[in-house]
Design a protein around this ligand. Sequence first.
Ligand code: C2E
Ligand code: C2E
Length: 297
Amino acid sequence: MRYRPFGASGMTVSAITLRLSDQSRLRANEWRALIFTAIENGINSFQIDGVSPALLQGAAEAFASIERHLLFLTWQVRDEAEQLTRDVVDTMTASAFDELGLDYLDLVLLNDPLGPELTPSASTALRALHERRVVRGLGVASRGEVHPSLLNSGLVTALSSPFNLSSGWAERNRVRAAIVKDLAVIGEDFWPQALRDTNSKPAFQKPSLWRRRNDPLADVGGYEFLTGTQGWSAEDICLGYALTEPSLSTVRITADTKAEVERLAAVVERDLPNGVCAQIEMARFSAQERERADGRH
Ligand code: C2E
Ligand code: C2E
């Protein structure tokens, strides 16, 4: 495993973060075993994105066996931002502190309120938790531009954003701009749906015959290398790529079997083959040119 600083928090987190969600319908002992496997593979960062009793019980048991300061634990609040009230914050703290048996959270992750501020009651409650150091940092999960007033409010310490092979300029700039503001960045969606579909059908069509003759994309390849690289699955390549982005503190993965956790953790130790890096650059260049051409016409 490799470790990276988490923004200005002073904490060091594993290059991948395991997301624990209700969608994985595991029993408590299975959750515990999954988290142990992650820890054995060097993962110290977990995102709790579910509230099922089995998840909370299994996670509580696993976390209790490790010294707390070695773990980086994030709680994801799924409620829509306008419904984020003091009650929602109280429910979160009750689950995190009573059911998970924690005395503090490293990060609370909220959905982007898509405006300059959180509701006043949530904001007051979160500030109070932050002052008592029971919530060490606050992150915003967004797929767009977070309002600058919110970023400058002194509350927000991290950004969670999609980042993958098919990310365009806007996403890349957003991630890099966050670093300038001393925010930690969590990369999500390293293997986006569009690239998953390349297994069954090409998501990015090869340039067709009716394109202009001087089309810069005419002979640039697509993403076929995702399925044609020996020893690397498409998912591994996509994760390997996200891990090359230095602005990301950690890349979030979702996995519900031990084998998956082990396989993804092993990717962190491997360097992408040089040939693949070149093909990624070509495919990205071609996508960028397409973006630009679409903008012109
Ligand atoms: P919402 O759940 O109220 O989320 C509002 C905004 O918060 C989202 O706007 C997005 O910018 C941010 N956000 C929420 N969750 C996440 C997350 O896990 N990661 C990141 N990076 N950002 C997040 P957006 O993307 O325009 O979505 C608008 C609405 O569309 C969402 O409102 C939700 O109702 C729905 N939606 C979008 N993506 C998904 C999804 O993957 N699953 C589900 N169930 N609903 C989705
Ligand atoms: P899910 O709703 O089952 O979605 C699984 C994956 O499908 C998402 O992974 C995302 O890659 C894709 N997806 C689903 N709906 C949308 C959509 O409306 N827009 C886009 N761009 N992609 C979509 P992801 O992003 O890692 O999210 C994982 C899970 O987190 C989602 O599972 C959902 O339970 C939750 N989630 C993510 N974003 C949002 C959001 O904006 N609002 C809410 N309420 N939940 C979200």
